[in-house]
Design a binder for this molecule. Structure first.
Ligand SMILES: *Cc1c(COP(=O)(O)O)cnc(C)c1O
Length: 442
């Protein structure tokens, strides 16, 4: 009898998938063969992989839904396209053609809007950091300046002297809207009286006057009532300032922050259940204006919705490069797109769809990107059939922030395609190359 060799005991975690109402997790495959009638395989063959794809039809649908929710309730409403959400030129143009003005938060975004032919008066200049020279240009060009802090107020007084003019400005305020964490970093606080004090400072100085009040209370706001609270406080401040300084404030601006239908990590209910509708948001804001209006004229209303307008219109197509079997038995796919292109993967669970039906049962799989970094994980655990090299996955919704925040890190930033309302795809940004990466290096 041979000796039995001692082996250290081990425990292997058995991954099993629970049955769900969607059917057997061993069989279910989420498949997407096309976007607006254009085959995903044709898109990657023609334009390369990975590639961002935007649907103009879906952008326009979102815009029209949101815009009519407001315009059917309120006589004077204008949207400002939030450049930082997605400032690809052709995307901005889609919004400008629909009637949006520009909302920018840096000198570079301001310059981008001007280069697209947007006049100063149709640019809202937000943000905590506005360099002096750029602020001065914006004032000269008649932009809507939303003052964020006292240093900026000082700068504006100096600019007023330099230009020999009285400057119309708006003020950004922050407040308690009943949702936490409260965004109190930007603008002047309402409850503490800082906002009123800053306005008083403006009038005491005699170099500017208030023509707008602005707030942007957060992003992915799941509580429409927070906008009712914000609007109420803005309208109260407006009435007080109009009374105390014999002023007439032309507009109020409720910023952005409406949620898109992305699924937040750690939230069990799907976006379809928890995300308020366009009508919910519009009703909350317009109601509060009507109830609190003390002036003869209703103010002009601006909104700066970013995410909700474009998130679901954006897709990332990525291809399987290979796979490995990890020690725990899980299959690990190597994709050509990773967290370098999916900044928002930290917060949201994406829809991941296959380009066709694959034979065989699903097994526990992990999706990894191309970066040589352990953090480059798109999805830790997903039931997938056996995919081949070259299989194309569609990841969505990724239209908001992922392109603008994607990193020039390890791999080139990819090309971008826009599918127009007739279902024609066209390249709106080429893939980067060494010249773009080395640009301005010595
Ligand atoms: C980012 C930003 C927006 C857009 O926010 P969303 O959450 O994408 O709607 C609007 N206004 C300001 C001031 C912003 O900073």
């Amino acid at each position: 009898m041979s000796d039995v060799k001692y082996e250290k005991p081990t425990i292997n975690k058995i991954e099993f998938a629970m049955a769900s109402k969607y059917g057997s997790p061993l069989k279910t495959q989420n498949i997407r063969t096309e976007i607006d009638g254009v085959s995903v395989n044709e898109l990657t063959e023609k334009y390369g992989s990975p590639i961002f794809v935007f649907s103009q039809r879906q952008i326009e649908e979102k815009y029209n839904t949101l815009y009519s929710a407001f315009s059917s309730r309120y006589p004077d409403v204008t949207f400002g396209w939030s450049y930082k959400t997605n400032y690809l030129n052709e995307i901005c143009k889609v919004f400008h053609n629909l009637g949006s003005i520009a909302e920018v938060v840096s000198e570079f975004e301001y310059q981008k809007a001007r280069a697209l032919g947007i006049e100063g008066k149709d640019i809202i200049f937000n943000g905590p950091y506005k360099p002096y020279e750029d602020l001065k240009i914006a004032v000269q060009e008649g932009a809507k300046i939303h003052v964020d802090n006292l240093f900026e107020l000082n700068d504006l007084e100096k600019i007023a002297d330099e230009l020999g003019m009285k400057i119309p400005v708006a003020i950004r305020i922050n407040m308690d809207t009943g949702t936490y964490p409260q965004w109190s970093r930007f603008g002047f606080n309402y409850e503490s009286g800082d906002a009123y004090e800053a306005i008083k400072r403006m009038y005491d100085g005699g170099k500017m006057y208030l023509n707008g009040i602005h707030s942007h209370i957060g992003t992915f706001m799941l509580d429409a009532n927070a906008y009712k609270v914000a609007t109420t406080k803005i309208m109260q401040l407006k009435a007080q300032v109009e009374n105390d300084f014999n002023a007439e404030i032309e507009y109020i601006d409720l910023g952005g922050g409406f949620a898109s239908k992305s699924n937040l990590k750690g939230v069990y209910q799907s976006a379809d259940v928890i995300v308020p509708t366009a009508d919910d948001y519009a009703q909350a804001i317009t109601d509060a204006i009507y109830v609190n209006n003390k002036s003869e004229k209703l103010p002009k209303l601006y909104l700066e919705t970013g995410r909700a307008m474009i998130d679901e219109a954006g897709y990332l197509l990525t291809s399987v490069h290979g796979y490995k079997r990890f020690p725990d038995g899980k299959k690990g796919y190597i994709l050509d797109a990773g967290v370098n292109l999916l900044y928002t993967s930290t917060w949201y669970n994406f829809n991941i769809e296959l380009d066709k039906h694959y034979e065989g049962e699903n097994e526990p799989s992990m999706l990894n990107g191309p970066l040589c970094m352990n953090i480059d994980v798109i999805e830790e655990h997903l039931m997938l059939p056996a995919l081949d090299r070259g299989s194309v996955l569609t990841i969505s919704p990724v239209g908001a922030y992922n392109y603008t925040q994607s990193m020039q890190f390890i791999r080139y930033k990819p090309a971008v395609v826009l599918i127009d309302t007739e279902g024609k795809a066209r390249l709106i940004k080429e893939v980067d190359d060494l010249a773009t990466v080395n640009y301005k290096e010595v």
